[in-house]
Design a protein around this ligand. Structure first.
Ligand code: DON
Length: 314
């Protein structure tokens, strides 16, 4: 069934599947709000949105698919894609690797062989990537990232200033990581500017519907299927999806690959983005997180959706 999903969304009753999966995952009230960024503890814990966008431009959604939340770590996939395109794979690989770490997203561990962060999906790797974009684009860096994410979503995105300020004033662990990266050479410029860019990008506001469209842009090899605008280059998208597949769900990545089987990225704002190559983008939003920092209900919805639509790549 997978081969027909994108082109025959209505024929396969994709909207009905999305509603059914939403209804099945809704009763799962497990998990807790992220509170280490104080502003994230202020959101309504019960919100739950699910959206699926096809590479031929359909969007099917259920529940709170238009509720805004901050993108947080899901931005790491897009920032990596942008850095690859701006600087090329070799330069980016000098600063951050592509191996799963098996550690938590905020772990302070570097690959002992190279002193680089293990991959761009954990905080250390994403802060190194922010350092690369910051060094390349200077004062324009945030606008450049915002513009590309907006192109992927097909609408102008903005930043949640309260969430940005909340993390910028409490994010000492990430600031510490930035300075360690400066010491090891993974960041060669201004460590404070790098982590500030990282905080701003994490605070970009999206909805589950936006995430689905952004995923469909990745699935469509970088071109937004609705607007036709090229947001990312083909090679960068392929590399990004590869690293999302192996590292996007942190120390749950192995289980995710086993059961869901598509590239994905989660964020502590409660979002999960999934990509079905050439076919679909999937966005979920439910802010209660499990012990590994992934949206509990989002994971449940992805399991159900993968089963219903036969999404697994193998
Ligand atoms: O750096 C942080 O801790 C947050 N801005 C983002 C972490 C995150 O989203 C991890 N994802 N599940």
């Amino acid at each position: 069934m997978t081969a027909g999903v994108a082109s025959e969304a209505s024929a396969y009753g994709l909207q009905a599947v999305v509603e059914e999966v939403h209804a099945r995952a809704l009763p799962d009230g497990s998990g807790h709000l992220a509170d280490y960024i104080p502003e994230l503890a202020q959101v309504s814990p019960d919100a739950f949105g699910l959206a699926v966008a096809t590479t031929d431009g359909h969007l099917c959604s259920a529940g709170d698919a238009d509720a805004p939340f901050t993108i947080q770590s899901i931005s790491k996939a897009f920032a990596y894609c942008i850095a690859l395109e701006l600087l090329g794979r070799d330069k980016v690989l000098e600063h951050v690797g592509v191996e799963p770490s098996g550690d938590a997203f905020n772990a302070i561990v570097f690959d002992p062989a190279t002193n680089r962060p293990y991959n761009p999906m954990v905080n250390a790797g994403a802060i190194a990537v922010a350092g690369l974009i910051q060094a390349h684009a200077g004062a324009e860096a945030f606008d450049l990232v915002l513009d590309r994410l907006s192109a992927a979503a097909g609408r102008p995105l903005d930043m949640d200033d309260a969430v940005y300020r909340s993390e910028a004033t409490t994010g000492h662990r990430n600031k510490g990581i930035a300075h360690l990266l400066r010491a090891t050479g993974a960041i060669r410029g201004d460590a404070d500017a790098a982590v500030d860019l990282y905080f701003r990008v994490c605070a970009i506001r999206v909805t589950a519907a936006n995430l689905a469209r952004m995923g469909a842009t990745l699935a469509n090899i970088g071109e937004n299927p609705v607007t036709g605008r090229a947001a990312f280059a083909v090679d960068a998208v392929r590399a990004t999806l590869s690293v999302m597949f192996t590292c996007g769900m942190y120390d749950y990545a192995g289980n995710w690959a086993l059961d869901v089987g598509v590239p994905a990225k989660s964020g502590v704002g409660g979002g999960i983005l999934g990509v079905v190559n050439r076919q679909l983008g999937i966005g979920t939003f439910s802010p209660r997180l499990d012990a590994k920092g992934n949206s509990a209900r989002g994971i449940r919805a992805f399991h159900e959706l993968a089963e219903e639509l036969g999404l697994h790549v193998f």
